[in-house]
Design a protein around this ligand. Structure first.
Ligand SMILES: [Zn+2]
Ligand SMILES: [Zn+2]
Length: 160
């Protein structure tokens, strides 16, 4: 599995309101839809890939909830190359470089999702794909800071 973050700046959303329509702008649900939209409809200025769906398999917010992206049965598009997308699921923590450290519930939920993916994976992830790596470990061109403040938890074995 490859762990990602949501990017630079502040990405933690204050609200987590599943029942509200339209979702408040400062809401995790809105944020996930926005990420999906960006992945599917690249901007003419910044470019990007025209994915068929959000590029992550799962996304976890700091409130400790998981959003299903491509799920278990499809390869992701976020890992930087065809080689890595064929071998690793893409798990994204909804946190940015401008946010405080990941919350305990976010870390625990991320670990639980990883254990669940290891147990039930249907996309043929190979043995190396069962270990957790950071985006910056598998994709160095161009260099990335991803997954930001989640990265030390890979190094200390928290997710293993
Ligand atoms: Zn990433
Ligand atoms: Zn949330």
């Amino acid at each position: 599995m490859v762990l990602h973050y949501a990017g630079g700046g502040k990405e933690m959303r204050e609200e987590h309101s599943p029942g509200r329509t339209p979702a408040p702008l400062d809401d995790c649900y809105y944020q996930v839809r926005l990420i999906q939209h960006r992945h599917m409809h690249p901007s003419p200025i910044t470019g990007g890939e025209r994915y068929w769906d959000i590029a992550y398999n799962y996304l976890i917010c700091h409130h400790g909830y998981t959003f299903v992206g491509r799920g278990l049965a499809s390869q992701p598009g976020a890992n930087g190359s065809r080689y890595t997308n064929e071998r690793y699921y893409a798990i994204c923590g909804l946190i940015g470089s401008g946010d405080p450290k990941p919350t305990d519930v976010m870390l625990r939920e991320t670990k639980a999702v990883m254990e669940w993916v290891r147990r039930y994976d249907q996309a043929g992830a190979r043995v190396e794909g069962r270990h957790v790596k950071g985006h910056k470990d598998v994709d160095r061109d161009p260099p990335t800071q991803c997954p930001g403040s989640l990265y030390p938890y890979i190094g200390n074995g928290y997710f293993d």
